[in-house]
Design a protein around this ligand. Structure first.
Ligand code: SF4
Length: 344
């Protein structure tokens, strides 16, 4: 194995199907798989034991078994323990986006059971107020379900986090959404507003992205909830300038620190029957080759940007993903997108 620097092995699978069909889904590229949870768990343990036996202190893990943690309580508990043992983050959050709608008593029990295992807070994403949200989450009554669930969560002493997307078509009702959240949900430790990432299905909805002028002109009642890093968000024009000022060493993509295995029905037999060393050697090689197939950031910034665009993007990889999509339109390239950060 060639990697000396710190790296993350990211193992993921679409085991628990998501009950939503969000129009802006960031995870749409992960297809449902039929492998069992036990097989998934064995793969995590296999790599973890390999790390220990080889004393790979530079290796850390990320893993998830499906979109929404919407598994039964036994599996949830096992995942929780696995994260305690192996993971870099603990499963303290209950993401409400992909769980199926339940009656009040059932959702109370659902929350309570998971709190007893160790979960500490819920996290819900709102696309807008009422029917605006339901349109984007693509589910009837989803807005009311999220509000009710976070209200109940507070009643049983769970903390709540509220995330709100900035979209052109839902902008007008944002003050009403914030008032409603304020009136209906207690124990809110974080309520933040930010633009959609340029990833997954959201890539199709660039007309929903706000310009810097629109963001600056938001009413103060909305603006005060912009995510705290909003000063580092940039317009496309500014991202081009940013790339121009990077040193050569900073233009190299961080392609030697994050490696992804997406476990699915096709590769699970291979992963189970081969040594970790062989799997990782092949994964590293394919990942490097894939990044090498792609044009450098500076070329994307110079040739595939729109320097007149004032639309705002939060991260360099957001921006670069859009430039890459424009490049690929002109230069169709067969590459393993999921191995790269463009596969988010
Ligand atoms: S809840 Fe999450 S995974 Fe499910 S459709 Fe929405 S964004 Fe995608």
């Amino acid at each position: 194995m060639q990697i000396k620097n710190k790296f993350i092995l990211d193992i993921r699978t679409g085991l628990n199907p998501c009950a939503s069909r969000c129009r802006l889904c960031q995870l749409a590229h992960t297809k449902p798989s039929k492998i069992t949870f036990d097989r998934f768990k064995s793969v995590i343990n296999k790599f973890y034991e390999f790390k220990l036996s080889q004393k790979l202190d530079n290796m850390s893990f990320l893993f998830w078994d499906g979109y929404s943690l919407n598994s039964d309580i036994h599996e949830f508990s096992e995942m929780y323990s696995l994260h305690e043992k192996v993971g870099e983050w603990k499963m303290k959050a209950l993401h409400l986006g992909g769980i199926h709608h339940m009656e009040t008593d059932d959702i109370r029990k659902w929350l309570y059971d998971r709190k007893n295992i160790g979960s500490e807070y819920t996290s819900a994403s709102y696309f807008g107020f009422g029917e605006d949200h339901n349109y984007w989450s693509n589910r009837k009554n989803d807005f009311q379900f999220l509000l009710d669930t976070q209200r109940i969560a507070a009643e049983i002493d769970l903390i709540n986090e509220v995330h709100i997307f900035l979209l052109n078509s839902t902008l007008q009702n944002l003050p009403r959404l914030l008032e409603t959240i304020d009136k209906n949900i207690n124990n809110v430790r974080e309520c933040i507003i930010f633009p959609p990432y340029y990833s997954g299905l959201a890539r199709k909805y660039e007309k929903e992205r706000l310009t810097s002028e629109q963001i600056m002109n938001l009413p103060i009642t909305v603006k005060q909830y912009l995510r705290s890093d909003f000063k580092t968000w940039k317009t496309e024009k500014e991202w081009v300038e940013y790339v121009r000022l990077l040193k050569d060493s900073e233009k190299i993509r961080l392609n030697n620190s994050h490696f992804t295995i997406e476990l699915n029905d096709k590769n699970i037999d291979y992963i189970e029957s081969h040594s970790c060393e062989d799997i990782l050697t092949d994964l590293f090689k394919r990942t490097f080759e894939t990044y090498n197939q792609l044009p450098p950031i500076s070329l994307l910034a110079e040739k595939y940007s729109d320097i007149y665009s004032d639309k705002v993007y939060m991260y360099m990889w957001d921006m670069e993903s859009l430039w890459l999509d424009r490049y690929l339109k002109e230069n169709p390239t067969d590459f393993e997108r999921k191995l790269t950060y463009f596969g988010r």
